[in-house]
Write a protein that binds this ligand. Sequence first.
Ligand code: ADP
Ligand code: GLC
Length: 464
Amino acid sequence: MNILFAASELTPYAKTGGLGDVLAGLPAALRARGHGVAVALPLYRRLRASLKELQRTPLTLSVELGRRSLSARVWQGVSREGVTVFAIERDEFFDRENLYGVNGEDYFDNAPRFIFYCHAVMELAGMLNPRPEVLHVNDWQAALIPLLVKEARLPFKTVLTIHNLAYQGVFPAAEFALTGLAGFYFKPHALEYYGRMNLLKGGILFADAVTTVSPGYAREILTEQYGCGVNGALKQSVLTGILNGIDTDLWNPATDPWLVANYDARRVTAGKRKNKEALLREFGLAEGPLLGLISRLTEQKGIELILAALPELLSRGVGLVALGSGDAQYEEALRKLAKQYPRQVAARIGFDEQLAHRIEAGADIFLMPSRFEPCGLNQFYSMRYGTVPVVRKVGGLGDSVEHGRTGFTFSGHNPESFLEATVSALELFGDRKRWKEMQMAGMRQDFSWERRVPEYERVYKTLK
Ligand code: ADP
Ligand code: GLC
């Protein structure tokens, strides 16, 4: 099958979270199974600077964006995993430092930027040889494509994957004109959402199939509580939950070039000790059980539970290494704690891929008390690195961490429940034999994308 992926992120060139990791891993795994696969992205500044074998193709697209006729040149390169990447050049929109905005503020022109991108991908798909049979679009940035395809009666099947329902691409009604669609589509049966335009909703209603990134989240988002206002639309779609995989080469403690010592399941205790010592030294922390956190610092991630429970945990002699960026209040709170407890808390505010690997290897316990979590990837990385995850039993976290066997889970969204689960983990940490059993149980699991590919193939096969 020939599949063209459309998404706004690709690790390591353009990443704000797990979306980029999925776009690096899933297309590569499909390609390894013999499918024809390519990914289409905006040509961001960083992509231009770092994508392998990047060169201009003879293809030029012409896109109607509202009243403007815009052209876009197409570049082609190869991802780190060897997948063909098409990059759509339009510097006024994409030659920027960041993907979506600066300092937590969205760029003012995200509607034209990504509506333009959707039109361009659709044009591109029609020019490719061989022609893609499936356009696999991801999240709101690419979600207009299924409707554009239907409206133009193009011979593509479309799949929408929702990585996070909390981001829907909702814009003022005035931006609807940019889609070039007839007013008929600015109605509740299509893009209209309480008087505004909702791009993700369009994808949900017009894609031939909708998937999301775990079975648990697929069930949750049909409910009022987790449905973010579009559970009704989702009920009209054909929705499948498929758990994410991970790149098991990139996240492999036996070969990870960023660790001070490599290790596998047989040498986990000694290997992790060396990595932990290096991490403690790097941040000037005292010896003791070490908690790790790597996260976008947003409401989704349950950071407030960690902040509330931390004083009690610190009084038990544990340490915390936190890496993340996002909402100013969480950044500030973590910075403050690090100042207050310099020997127990380290906070690195920012984005640092290499440090993320060192934390996974050096921490004993990894914290993910998310309020909601479509899938989550760090719990997989943690288990693979022998770092026991403490997670809230929600979405993909509930599907991937088994309480008492591969990690600890809790249900209530309150500091007490989180504290209880973390204290259970700390108690087990004191029992070397049982701790090692838990580490091994996590390390022996297969989280590879290869395992997930048949589930996506099944979805592609159902498209009529
Ligand atoms: P989400 O996509 O909701 O942010 P995931 O757990 O699916 O959550 O994926 C997050 C990805 O982003 C992981 O690869 C994680 O290591 C990475 N990540 C998040 N914040 C940072 C950061 N500050 N520095 C480095 N990597 C980060
Ligand atoms: C989103 C979700 C996260 C998921 C990732 C990749 O950012 O928040 O849970 O793992 O997408 O699918």
